[in-house]
Design a protein around this ligand. Structure first.
Ligand code: F0G
Length: 458
């Protein structure tokens, strides 16, 4: 008999979590103004709000923490990080930042001007936020296939080369760089193929544009290239990663994802002049160029995390858990973005709750129902997140209304996934009775989903 698959690690430290009653959850969510970000973590049983900074570090990472060098300048921890980035990603110039959006802030302070356009595949919300804050525009050139959640496509995160080329043909003078997010979080944690990265590079070369990778989940992307793209099955993850980044001029990184640390980020690039220009902003916003808002111990853990995060066995365990949750949802006929993404399952709220008007935030309504059902916290990737158009102030209605269930790395077991799947099934089974959504009571002018206050529609 073939042996079943099992995790490539065992558990050395645990943190208790507590189930609550439906009655408790009803009170808590009301007090939280129907915004899951406002809950206290002890009001949550299984927390799938994000896979960012929520993973479990390894014994190697914790031991690296003990060796952290907290010197202000030139710490050995910085050189450990710089060497890991050089060896694994291939960049010579490195700047630590406190997290991914800080890397965006520093790099975009140099590259983005008012009136610019930044094309790419779907931009993450902080990426878009940093572009729009500078009165520039993010242009989504993701392939159309990404918007059809039932359609199986191996690389649904891809840039549509035709869309990108057409855009550059008209607006090249207003485009400082192209950004590709790997994996494409907004489209469902969907990967970008090596062939697509190569094509985008060729287009950038033709128009003389820089190519930047938003690299938060680059290792999961490499796993999908290895397992889905012709010619890569026999290459190691690290070889694939090197080839991916050979197409980029610069990268921003949220280390809280694929580098499996609780905090951290960096910018890496090939060009010394760009590094010099960034250093001014890094020193103003983040910290001196050899720590940029990170402690020495955290840089040490990050250096080890980059190595562990690009090991096949770890990635296989990780992605198979996401697939496992997807298969459980298949059993119950619950629609989600297919195939399962690298870090999360994205439930298709347009299909689950079509009776709720889209003005009443379908995906958020589903997220609240799931929380009430079992204390599982997901996050809305829909109209709340899409925010208002900065000029017209009208709601932007994205094609997809998704409830993201992001799975922290090395944190939960498949028993937890079973609870999530059955809780969702229970909500799904009573979906016809869910006919009213939510309305906004208060919202912030930008990135409203974090702090928005809602109430059930009457
Ligand atoms: N880029 C992508 C693709 C991301 O998913 C994130 C964060 C960032 C940049 C910003 O990085 O959080 O370190 O400042 N995504 C988290 C999420 C928050 O839940 O998807 P950060």
């Amino acid at each position: 008999m073939e042996l079943p698959f099992a995790e490539s690690y065992k558990i050395k430290m645990v943190e208790p979590i507590r189930r609550s009653t439906r009655q408790e959850r009803e009170q808590w969510i009301q007090a939280a103004k129907y915004n899951l970000f406002n809950l206290r973590s002890d009001q949550v049983f299984i927390d799938l709000l994000t896979d960012s900074g929520t993973g479990a570090m390894s014994d190697r990472q914790w031991s690296a923490i003990m060796l952290g060098d907290e010197s202000y300048a030139g710490a050995s921890s910085y050189f450990n990080l710089k060497n890991a980035i050089k060896n694994i990603l291939g960049f010579d110039y490195v700047m630590p930042t406190h997290q991914g959006r800080a890397a965006e802030n520093v790099l975009f302070s140099v590259l983005v001007k008012e009136g610019d356009y930044i094309p790419g595949n779907s931009h993450f919300d902080t990426t878009k936020g940093h572009i729009e804050f500078r009165r520039a525009h993010a242009v989504d050139c993701t392939i159309d296939e990404a918007a059809d959640t039932e359609l199986i496509h191996p690389f649904k995160g891809n840039v549509d080369p035709q869309k990108l080329d057409d855009f550059l043909k008209q607006h090249a003078d207003k485009v400082p760089f192209v950004i590709v997010t790997i994996t494409n979080n907004t489209a469902g944690g969907q990967p970008v193929s090596m062939q697509n990265l190569r094509q985008v590079r060729e287009i950038c070369n033709r128009y003389g544009k820089l190519l930047v990778f938003d690299s938060a989940r680059f290792a999961e992307n490499a796993y999908f290239i290895k397992t889905r793209e012709d010619g890569y099955a026999d290459k190691s993850i690290k070889e694939i990663v090197r080839e991916m980044f050979s197409h980029a001029d610069a990268m921003t990184m949220s280390s809280k994802k694929d580098a499996i640390v609780n905090i951290g980020g960096f910018i890496a690039m090939r060009n010394q002049e760009l590094w010099r220009q960034c250093s001014k902003f890094n020193i103003m916003f983040e910290g001196y160029v050899t720590y940029g808002g990170m402690s020495g111990r955290d840089m040490n853990a990050l250096a080890v995390g980059l190595d562990e995060g690009t090991e096949f066995d770890y990635l296989e365990t990780r992605i198979k858990q996401v697939e496992y949750l997807g298969r459980r949802l298949d059993e119950f006929g619950i629609p989600y973005q297919k195939p399962a993404g690298g870090h999360a399952i994205f439930v298709d709220a347009n299909k689950v709750l079509p009776n709720i008007p889209r003005e009443q935030f379908r995906a958020q309504t589903l997220a609240i129902e799931l929380y009430l059902e079992a204390g599982v916290r997901g996050v809305e990737i829909g109209t709340l997140l899409a925010d208002r158009d900065p000029e017209t102030r009208e709601n932007r209605y994205p094609k997809l209304e998704l409830l993201r269930l992001a799975i922290p790395r090395r944190t939960y077991t498949n028993n937890h996934m079973d609870v999530v799947a059955v809780a969702l099934k229970n909500v799904f089974d009573r979906r016809q009775q869910i006919t009213k959504g939510l309305e906004i009571v208060w919202e912030a002018p930008i990135m409203r989903h974090f702090t928005v206050e809602l109430r059930p529609c009457r």
